[in-house]
Write a protein that binds this ligand. Structure first.
Ligand code: GLN
Ligand code: ZN
Length: 760
């Protein structure tokens, strides 16, 4: 009998209970006991939910208070020397100090660097290893969670991030190769595995998503060494899990590693079943990832069934393609989704139900076979629905000519005209767009949504916030202002709500990092723009100040990337549809007299395929979409773009090819490391390397920011350099924002004075 086992479940809670518990703990409104109690209750609820939906075995240790990669670093005692004292004093506040930084008068600790988890919108904290890092098992998180599940009478499978992926996701402080640390790390894993066995775990799930990446010889050697060593341990049986793509040229490696089970992502790579099967030893059990853990559409159950049949007797588990962390918890909570749409969708719980149905149908259960046929026809109904197609959009797209994706003149010419128009000082200061979304702002939005305050009252509230925000920026001495984005719930949702082809959920929350969640829009059909989306607010803001106000748009790739996208046509096609709609918006902003327009593309990098061979095709359509959106304007209109948490080194030419007049990027957490790429490439246009890490409440000093700017000037021309934070300020509070921006403006002024002095 094949059993159903998810690889992981969303941890934030269907009603974001973990978020509330975390934020109240951080504010000091509740204590560690109540945080741990909420966490334990959520785990139990999720196990029961999975169980009731049809899971035979539940995952444990997939839960995390902040991030499972951070948990793994801590579990093996990879705690930076700077944070160790805080940790020894109080492990929980040490843990959060690593996640968010800690500034308490006594200490000033930085947060770990944060970056995207493979090609998802989930962020993990980058493990930071000392040059001669030693590892040890610290605490008992996986064991405690196993015990908790067992006490509830559940069959549980602990989930661990595997040693090679852990090292490959991390960095060594001395810049050395983290894989050299493998031999020190393995004994700690071995100790944990034998403890799990002693605690009664039959199987352990070891996640090695790095196995779907391009690997080199050292990686392959590390894999062989690691799993040979772990095979010596008296451990539970090992299920090696790979996801987010095909094993490809690593298939032989993965098939030969001495483990008892292997999980394959058969949603992203259904064809790999046939190629991997013949490579596997006789006795290797398979976990088949046949339901999409990355999207919210009902599965193609016929295809899944046929895959499972083809896998034959080796198939031991049916599973989603990857952890369900990347989808919302339960579709049942959605009461307001338009009817056909809800029938087309599945969240975590429904995905487990689909797997149950498949498992039962495979076992020859007649009811299940009938339900399966019904589910398959629901999917067919979606694909045939006229709601998916808009003839006007298709016609306009067919008429797009290549020249529409290019600016009129080359950058130097544009820069001159823009400077004549804007008259900005050297090292112009700006922010990335949003200002603090205070409790008051969120309350007003909720009350307006609930009909408790009318449109006029809400509008004047927002006007007031916007004007105050402009006054704050003027008082701080910022050069290019923003309106503050108070009318926006989320940078993608806000646009999706106004575009045709998108639908909205009420409970479709997905964790982005820590307590932060996003509610991705559902892009189900052809996309078009029925009316202007941002022009009113931008025009209003510009009417309230003499300084230039930046129009603020989310770019086509990011809207695509942060939505749940239809799976019945290439993503590139959906992206171009969004781009065309945004192009209309850009032109409307320009006609409204807006001189600077920022098109945010923070997700450009994360959309990059995991395999290099697939990059050029992606970069071509993604870049073309951006330029299609941006390039309708005249030379004197300045186009900005913004990207965060991106490793640019390998895509710098594609970033340059976007031909934005100014780009602002995240750099402060990585201490300007990213700039290397821009330096080596001699990036020609304006660039604002973020000098203030906005993902942490810590206020950087002027000196610190000056130092970062000096570093930037080592590799950039003064005329190129803009001064700005890393990202939008919506998650921050006003007092810290005011203090940090004041220091930032002073740093820019200091630099101006220094430069003028040097010149004269
Ligand atoms: N303009 C957005 C903001 O300031 C950009 C956010 C982002 O890059 N993630 O909030
Ligand atoms: Zn950003």
């Amino acid at each position: 009998m094949i059993s159903v086992t998810p690889l992981g479940f969303p941890r934030i809670g269907a009603r974001r209970e973990l978020k509330q518990a975390l934020e109240s703990f951080w504010k000091g409104d509740s204590d560690a006991r109540s945080l741990h109690a909420t966490a334990a209750a959520l785990r139990e609820r999720h196990w029961r939910l999975a169980r009731e939906a049809g899971a035979d075995i539940v995952p444990v240790n997939d839960f995390s208070l902040y991030d499972h990669v951070l948990d793994t670093s801590v579990l093996f005692d990879a705690i930076p020397a700077s944070h160790r004292a805080a940790f020894d004093e109080d492990p929980l506040s040490g843990y959060f100090a690593l996640a968010r930084g800690l500034q308490d008068g006594r200490r000033d600790l930085r947060a770990l660097e944060m970056t995207k988890w493979f090609d998802t919108n989930y962020h993990y904290l980058v493990p930071q290893f000392e040059a001669n890092q030693r590892f040890a098992l610290r605490g008992d998180k996986p064991l405690a969670e196993l015990t908790q599940a067992q006490a509830l009478g559940l069959e549980a499978r602990p989930v661990l991030l595997g040693p090679v992926s852990l090292l490959k996701l991390g960095k060594r402080v001395d810049g050395g190769d983290p894989r050299e640390l493998l031999d020190h790390l393995l004994p700690a894993y071995a100790e944990l595995l034998s403890k799990l066995k002693a605690a009664g775990a039959q199987w352990v799930q070891i996640d090695e998503p790095a196995l779907v990446l391009d690997l080199d010889d050292a990686d392959r050697a590390a894999y062989r060494r690691a799993y040979a060593a772990l095979a010596e341990v008296d451990a539970p049986q090992r299920l090696l899990t790979t996801y987010f793509g095909a094993l490809g040229d690593n298939a032989t490696l993965a098939a030969q590693l001495p483990v008892e089970g292997l999980h394959l992502d058969l949603v992203r790579a259904p064809q790999q079943l046939e190629s991997v099967l013949p490579l596997l030893p006789e006795d290797r059990a398979l976990s088949l990832g046949v339901v999409d853990g990355r999207n919210i559409w009902r599965a193609d159950l016929d295809a899944a069934l046929s895959l499972a049949r083809r896998a034959g007797a080796r198939a031991k588990w049916l599973a989603p393609s990857c952890s369900l962390l990347h989808v919302p918890a339960d579709l049942e909570l959605e009461k307001k989704l338009p009817t056909p749409l809800k029938h087309w969708m599945a969240y975590a719980r429904q995905k487990i139900e689909e797997l149950r149905l498949l498992a039962d149908a495979l076992a020859g259960n007649a009811d299940a076979e009938r339900d399966l046929a019904a589910a398959a026809s629901a999917r067919a109904a979606r694909l045939a629905s006229p709601l998916l197609r808009n003839a006007g959009v298709r016609k306009r797209l067919a008429a797009v000519e290549p020249a529409m994706a290019n600016r009129v003149s080359p950058y130097p010419q544009r820069a001159r005209l823009q400077q004549e128009r804007l008259n900005l000082p050297l090292f112009p200061t700006t922010t990335i767009g949003s200002f603090p979304q205070t409790a008051q702002v969120r309350r007003a939005r909720a009350e307006h949504k609930a009909g408790k305050i009318d449109d006029d009252a809400y509008r004047s509230f927002l006007e007031n916030e916007t004007v105050q925000c402009l006054r704050e920026q003027e008082a701080l001495g910022i050069d290019v202002l923003v309106h503050g984005e108070f009318e926006r719930n989320d940078m993608v949702e806000y646009f999706g709500e106004q575009l045709d082809g998108f639908a909205f959920t009420a409970h479709g929350w997905v964790q982005s990092y820590g307590s932060r969640c996003v509610k991705p829009p559902v892009l189900f059909g052809d996309v078009s723009r029925p009316r202007a989306m941002t022009v009113d607010w931008t025009r209003y803001a510009q009417s309230q100040t003499d300084r230039p106000v930046k129009g603020m748009l989310t770019g086509p790739v990011t809207i695509l990337q942060w939505s749940f996208v239809r799976d019945d046509q290439p993503r590139a096609d959906s992206c171009r549809q969004i781009a065309l709609a945004l192009r209309e918006e850009v032109l409307d902003l320009e006609s409204a007299g807006i001189a600077v327009i920022q098109i945010d593309e923070p997700a450009l990098r994360e959309g990059l395929p995991l395999r290099r061979a697939d990059w050029p095709a992606y970069l071509a359509w993604a870049g073309e979409s951006f330029r299609l959106a941006a390039s309708g304007v005249g030379d004197a209109t300045q186009i900005h773009t913004h990207m965060c948490y991106a490793e640019f080194n390998d895509i710098i030419d594609a970033v340059a090819a976007l031909d934005a007049d100014v780009i602002s990027i995240e750099t402060s957490r990585s201490r300007m490391e990213l700039l290397d790429a821009f330096a080596r490439y001699r990036y020609p246009n304006g660039i604002g390397p973020g000098v203030y890490d906005i993902h942490s409440p810590r206020v950087p000093s002027r000196a610190e920011m000056s130092e970062l700017l000096d570093k930037a000037l080592d590799v950039l021309e003064p005329a190129q350099l803009w001064v700005n934070p890393d990202c939008g300020l919506k998650t921050r509070g006003w007092p810290e924002v005011r203090a940090a921006l004041q220091a930032m403006v002073q740093a820019a002024q200091g630099l101006r004075e220094q430069t003028t002095a040097e010149v004269s």
